[in-house]
Design a binder for this molecule. Structure first.
Ligand code: PXP
Length: 247
């Protein structure tokens, strides 16, 4: 059974809509923990559009579960992560114009630079993962760079699921799941942990949660969206129960 990491960036997005003080991501992290989150994830973006430096400092001391920091492969972020010492770091691609993380990190195309970032993080942080598309060349490059884990980008699978209405007779959908399955197997065989996330929701999560060898799921938007109606604790608890139903 994979563990559940809850991404609370969107709580900060709501706060930043008024550049005010509420809702507070630390309070959200506690509600997520009470709903069963095994890990709290935040993405400290270069433009600080939602989560800010003070948030990550406060979360580092306030979280009762693991804190996973998503960050771009930049010197500024390496310095922050080395100071913060989170339990986990996920290296993600970042574009100023994008609405959310689009596509995986191109580790294969920039091995030296990414390898240097992993080395610079060293043992100052816990698990270091690469957020990549399910492609053999990216997995091999991640292994060579010294990553401990790969988080597979499930965005294409989520889009295919939506387009097919969840009907796995769709070649696009069954193909997207097969790609994740094959990549997951390759990650585990390469000696890394297999994580997955992006675009997962209450409808499409189970086929991914059942993939062999999966360690962690990282889910944000769908949980925070449901929380508008049910409250965050309940929304996390429902997702946690779904994932727990996987044996
Ligand atoms: N994993 C990574 C690396 C991400 O960048 C994101 C989005 O910030 C997620 C998981 C969660 O995606 P979503 O908000 O679509 O659930």
């Amino acid at each position: 059974m994979p563990i559940l990491g809850v991404n609370i960036d969107h709580v900060a997005t709501l706060r930043q809509a008024r550049r005010g003080h509420e809702p507070d991501p630390v309070r959200a992290a506690h509600e997520a923990e009470l709903g069963g989150a095994d890990c709290i994830t935040v993405h400290l973006r270069e433009d600080r559009r939602h989560i800010g430096d003070r948030d990550v400092d406060r979360l580092r001391v306030a979280c009762n579960v693991r804190l996973n920091l998503e960050m771009a492969a930049t010197d500024e972020m390496v310095a922050i992560a080395r100071e913060l010492r989170p339990h986990a770091v996920a290296i993600v691609p970042e574009g100023r114009e994008e609405v959310t993380t689009e596509g995986g990190l191109d580790v294969a195309g920039q091995r030296d630079r990414i390898g240097a970032i992993v080395a610079a993080l060293g043992d100052r942080v816990g698990t270091i993962s690469a957020f990549i598309d399910p492609e053999p060349a990216q997995i091999e490059a991640a292994r060579a760079c010294g990553f401990h884990a790969c988080e597979l980008h499930t965005g294409s699978y989520a889009e295919a699921f939506f387009e097919a209405g969840g009907d796995f007779r769709s070649e696009r959908l069954s193909g997207a799941l097969a790609d994740l399955e094959a990549a997951g197997r390759r990650i585990v065989e390469s000696g890394m942990r297999f994580n997955a996330g992006h675009g997962l929701n209450y409808h499409n999560v189970l086929p991914v949660a059942r993939l062999a060898g999966l360690s962690e799921l990282h889910i944000g938007h769908s949980i925070v969206s449901r929380a508008v109606y049910t409250g965050l604790r309940e929304a996390v608890s429902e997702m946690h129960a779904l994932i727990r139903s996987v044996r």
